[in-house]
Structure formats: C-alpha cells, structure tokens
Design a protein around this ligand. Structure first.
Ligand SMILES: [Zn+2]
Length: 316
C-alpha cells in the first residue's frame, strides 16, 4: 500500500475517533423518551442498531459471545449493579452497563483493587454493552459483544452521585492542550495504578489510552513493566480508558477474538512517533466530507445474533 492510500483511511479513522471521543462525553437525560416502535422492523436494510437499541433487557439464554468486538452480540448478558462499594455507573440513560459475567466480575475486582491500591474511593464506569450487545446509535464501533468497558479517568467522588449528576457530569481531560503529554495537574500516580491493575488482569487482552497517557505510563512505570505491552495508544481516550477482554475460556470459534498484542512495551521513540506527528494530533478535515456509511444491517452480523435479538427478555 503506498503512503497516500494509507493516509486516507487513517485520516477517516481519526475523524471518526475524535467524533466518538466527543460522544463519550455527551450528556444524557434522566428520563429519556423510549424510542418509537419501528414501522417496518423486518426490513432487511434497517440498521441493526435500530433493533438492538430498542432492547431494554438481555435475552433469556445461556451466556454466549457471538462474533467480533465490532460486529457481534451477546446472549445472556449480566448487568453491573449501578452502585457498588467502590464503583458507580455513569450515563444510566444509555442502558449500556451490560456485559459478559466475566467482565462484570472483573470490574468489581478492579474497583476494589483501585480503592485499596490507588486510594481512590472507586471507579466511574462508562459504556459497556447494550443488554444484547450489537451496534449502537452513538459512540462506538466496538463494545458489541460484552467484553469491552470504558472506565473514566476521573476518580469516583466519595459519595453517591445523583441520577442527574450521572447524566450531566463531565470527565476530566488528562491530556495537555498541545496534545504532546499528560496534564500533570490532573494525571496522578493513582491513574497509573488503576491502568496497571486493569492491565495485570490475565483475561484483559488490550487497554486503549491516548498516546500522551501511554507516553506518561512508559516514563513513570517502576518495577514490573510487562503490563505495558497491553496498553495501546488510540485516538481519543483522553477522558477514559478502554478495557478489552479476550474471548472467555470455552467460547469456541463463535467468539471471534484478536491475537495477543506483541510482548514489547511499546515505549520506544519509534513506537510512539506516529502518534505525535502533527498530522495525527491535528488532523486536517478532509476536503470532501466522507459519505455517511449506511448502517450495519442484521445480515452483516453473525446469523446467531438474530436468535439473540428475538429471544424473550431475561427475568430481572
Ligand atoms: Zn470504549
């Protein structure tokens, strides 16, 4: 591929990624109106997000991960309780606090560890998946199979947030205005401890953070540094970090995972150079705006997602 061919998709990715980073900060409403019923839900062209976005509860089925992080669904998902000893769920109106039971257990463990080791009251949990996974109306290409979760880089306050605060509160920007490093006024050793605790979980395969945060972790990590190989630079991710789990043991080929990342720390100047190029930190808008892509139809998802979608609601 010549550099020009490479540049265009990367630029599009960065435009899309910065749009989704903004969406991650979007505020919600305490009482969102339910979506109106679809006039023709069997239209094969209808976006799968229209169908999955209307499901309020998981399917009453044994837990199964179907497909890939950015093209799939989950049967028998579990909800993360919205309040725990050391976590709280944000943006409840989005109804995206569902995932594989292993992800729910992982978040509870991480919250407790964060409380103990980083001295935070706890973590604020952003988007996980919809009750049955699948594509979403806003914000993410991935998070479709119940194995991805966003954790705010803002520590949980030492009190229970109101419903309204959970919709309105903004996370704190960790990256300096020039985008070349973290903002030392807000990024603390506690942040390193929380990201490290997540990366040290054996079932976590990747963590996405802004390149400036990766640079800071590389500079500040002491002792064991193996965990750094799992922490990958990504567009956005300057208010939150993203945890991605491997396919759960015993999932079979139905869960389409990714290969493990390379075991290198990813901390050399060469590893990070791409991310700090001016064209990457300050991407120019494309001359011709990209044509909006038609939404992903059900036929693009694994066939088993249709059964997940149509199954009765799980009892709560
Ligand atoms: Zn995410």
């Amino acid at each position: 591929m010549n550099p020009r061919q490479l540049f265009i998709p990367l630029l599009l990715i960065s435009v899309l990624a910065s749009a989704s980073a903004a969406l991650a900060q979007d505020k919600g409403m305490v009482d969102p109106k339910p979506l109106p019923p679809l006039a023709n839900p069997n239209d094969p062209k209808i976006g799968a997000k229209e169908l999955f976005g209307r499901k309020v509860l998981p399917s009453a089925m044994p837990t199964r991960v179907v497909g890939f992080y950015a093209k799939g669904c989950i049967a028998g998902a579990e909800g993360l309780p919205i309040n725990g000893d050391s976590w709280q769920v944000m943006r409840l109106s989005r109804n995206r606090y569902w995932g594989h039971p292993n992800l729910v257990a992982l978040l509870k463990r991480l919250a407790a560890k964060t409380h103990k080791e980083a001295g935070w009251p706890g973590i604020l949990v952003g988007d996980m998946s919809q009750p049955r996974g699948g594509p979403m109306f806003t914000g993410h290409a991935s998070h479709q199979v119940g194995l991805d979760a966003d954790i705010w880089l803002t520590p949980m306050p030492d009190r229970q947030l109101s419903r309204n605060e959970r919709e309105e509160m903004s996370a704190v920007m960790m990256v300096r205005d020039d985008r070349l490093d973290i903002d030392p006024k807000v990024f603390t050793p506690g942040h390193l401890m929380v990201i490290r605790a997540a990366a040290q979980e054996p079932a976590v395969q990747r963590i996405f953070v802004n390149a400036a945060i990766k640079k800071a972790l590389c500079r500040e990590a002491r002792g064991d540094r193996h965990w750094l190989s799992k922490v990958r630079p990504m567009y956005g991710h300057d208010y939150h970090f993203h945890i991605r789990m491997k396919c759960p043991p015993g999932s079979g080929i139905e869960c389409q995972g990714q290969p493990d990342p390379s075991t290198s720390e990813g901390c050399s100047a060469g590893d990070l150079a791409y991310w700090f190029k001016d064209s990457v930190i300050h991407p120019k808008p494309p001359k011709v705006p990209p044509k909006p892509k038609p939404p992903m139809p059900m036929s693009a998802l694994p066939a088993a997602c249709k059964a997940v979608l149509n199954a009765p609601d799980a009892k709560q």
